[in-house]
Design a binder for this molecule. Structure first.
Ligand SMILES: CC(C)(COP(=O)(O)OP(=O)(O)OC[C@H]1O[C@@H](n2cnc3c(N)ncnc32)[C@H](O)[C@@H]1OP(=O)(O)O)[C@@H](O)C(=O)NCCC(=O)NCCS
Length: 161
């Protein structure tokens, strides 16, 4: 497989939105996404591209150069289970590490066991719950933290072929 991870650009927004709107019950708007991509000072958005098409994306936010928040991570359902999310997250956390950031956090729906398994594999641990985090469903979110980003990279991702 020739999946390449690169920085997201404005021109990727439409394809990212195709994934975002099918994978999330409360998708971001195109305007929000464009603002995030443009804010290169505090955000880092990447896309996984195969055969010229965006098949996944990840966005992180740097907070005071001390911690990083994983804002979003999505993979097209046609490409799940191939290690694409693992590769995107690994790349994002490596970029944070290069900036000297030692802590990472994110919220994940309590029912999203698949994503939780991914994050636990990267050393994230649950530290609390945000009640009614998701507006539409009223579902709670787990708050995950990884305080040991600096201690070394996670296992390298292997994208299948
Ligand atoms: C969660 C999501 C990003 C995973 O993407 P993916 O590319 O399929 O994930 P990967 O193939 O990289 O797998 C990463 C890990 O996820 C878990 N995973 C993958 N497929 C799984 C499955 N069918 N069942 C349970 N866990 C699974 C495993 O822990 C896997 O690691 P492993 O292969 O070392 O066991 C994707 O399912 C998605 O976009 N879901 C909808 C949006 C979402 O929930 N985003 C996260 C919001 S916090």
């Amino acid at each position: 497989m020739s999946v390449r991870i690169r920085l997201a650009e404005r021109r990727d927004a439409r394809e990212i939105m195709l994934i975002e709107t099918t994978r999330f019950a409360e998708p971001w708007s195109l305007g929000m996404l464009l603002e995030e991509i443009a804010d290169v000072a505090t955000r880092r958005y990447t896309v996984a591209v195969e055969h010229g098409r965006v098949i996944g994306y990840c966005g992180i936010m740097f907070v005071l150069d001390e911690e990083v928040h994983v804002n979003t991570l999505g993979v097209s359902s046609a490409h799940e289970g191939r290690g694409v999310a693992r590769a995107l997250l690994s790349d994002a956390l490596e970029a944070a590490r290069r900036r000297g950031v030692a802590r990472a956090t994110l919220e994940v729906a309590v029912s999203n066991e698949r994503a939780q398994r991914l994050y636990y594999g990267f050393g994230f641990k649950p530290v609390g719950v945000r009640k009614n985090y998701y507006e539409k469903s009223g579902e709670d979110a787990l708050i995950l933290w990884n305080d040991e980003l600096a201690s070394g990279p996670p296992e390298r991702p292997t994208l299948d072929s």
